[in-house]
Design a binder for this molecule. Structure first.
Ligand code: ACO
Length: 323
């Protein structure tokens, strides 16, 4: 029996519509200079009227399946990490399963806000190393543009839409080396979006205490990264690349400093996409691969944080192909 779970395919989808900081200047009292200096974001993508979390997920998933050389009907499970599904039920993953023709696959959604992709990837790896499943699709897909108050400058400049996907398969070589998942529900009020089943009347806009989330993020990126590296039996100096959740360049620079990792080892693309929540890490992973930032046997850390307040980190040994 194969002992390891390994990423064998990856894909991403970004909607065509680009929303620049200059365009936001016309919507709210903000400036390109403020947004760049406080967040590093220059532009983000916005889903078209006929696009949803599931349609974007399908584009990313098809690319990932193609890269893995796997037919959709070979999938055992589809997990979609999202907090912006088009329906309360059935799950976004159910719609994705149908569109792909993954007729043998089980399907469920996982909501851990911006930590969702790593939660989902860790879950997939558990199914594989337990010997239950061999081929799993993990997708992060979000349309935050639909939960933002476009009159609130505190939040609307920060987020964007997109999707990223990976295929995880059973393998004889590593693979996933460790994971750390955490949550502090006492701080649920720091960032949240109400919904139609709660006690509040709409509109259902994302609400956030930016300074609180900022401090939390820097601390938890540092802590979770160190814990995951230790759990993998490695030292920080063994790590070749850190792919963090893309929320804010300042958070990532402060965290890299606190961890003691040179900035060259931290992948950053938040300037072009803003914060795409559960989609940000798989999108960044795709771009890191496209840019040749990952070589055979490199050690990679994925780390995320967000609503919950939740956090998650994973250490992977990179390798192309199935064996
Ligand atoms: N344009 C201009 N001014 C603005 C804007 C804007 N878009 N937004 C806020 N300001 C103003 C504020 O009103 C405030 O004005 P005041 O001093 O007169 O009250 C001033 O700028 C400074 O505000 P701060 O909140 O102190 O600014 P800060 O440097 O903390 O930056 C930011 C704000 C960018 C939101 C930062 O706190 C941050 O990135 N926090 C983390 C957010 C995050 O990562 N959220 C996602 C978590 S993941 C998930 O689960 C979705």
């Amino acid at each position: 029996m194969a002992r390891y779970a390994r990423i064998t395919g990856w894909g991403k989808y970004l909607p065509q519509k680009v929303l620049t900081n200059q365009e936001l200047e016309r919507l709210v009292d903000t400036s390109d200079a403020w947004i760049i200096s406080r967040t590093g974001i220059k532009e983000r993508r916005i889903a078209a009227n006929d696009e949803t979390a599931s349609t974007m997920a399908v584009h990313a998933a098809r690319e990932a399946l193609k890269a893995a050389g796997l037919e959709p009907h070979c999938l055992d499970l589809v997990i979609t990490a999202t907090c912006t599904p088009e329906l309360i039920f059935p799950a976004c993953a159910s719609l994705v399963q149908n569109s792909l023709g993954a007729r043998k696959a089980a399907a469920f959604d996982l909501n851990a806000a911006c930590s969702g992709f790593i939660y989902a990837l860790a879950t997939a790896c558990q199914f594989i190393t337990a010997g239950s499943y061999k081929n799993i699709l993990v997708v992060g897909s979000e349309v935050y543009s639909r939960i933002l108050n476009w009159k609130n400058r505190n939040t609307c400049v920060l987020f964007g839409d997109g999707a990223g996907a990976v295929v995880v398969q059973a393998s004889d070589s590593p693979g996933s080396l460790s994971f750390v998942l955490g949550n502090d529900g006492s701080r649920a009020g720091s960032i949240y979006t109400p919904g139609p089943c709660g006690l509040n009347q709409g509109p259902y806009y994302l609400t956030m205490n930016g300074r609180e989330v900022f401090r939390f993020a820097v601390n938890v990126i540092c802590l979770a990264t160190k814990q995951a590296v230790k759990a993998a039996g490695l030292e920080l100096s063994d790590i070749d690349l850190l792919i963090p959740h893309q929320a804010n360049t300042r958070i990532l620079k402060s965290a890299a400093k606190a961890i003691g990792l040179p900035l060259e080892k931290v992948f950053i693309n938040v300037d072009r996409y803003g914060n795409t929540s559960a989609a940000s890490i798989p999108i960044a992973l795709c771009e890191a691969i496209e840019e040749g930032r990952l070589k055979e046997r490199d050690r990679l850390v994925l780390v995320g944080f967000g609503g919950g307040l939740s956090w998650a980190a994973m250490v992977l040994q990179w390798g192309q192909g199935k064996r």
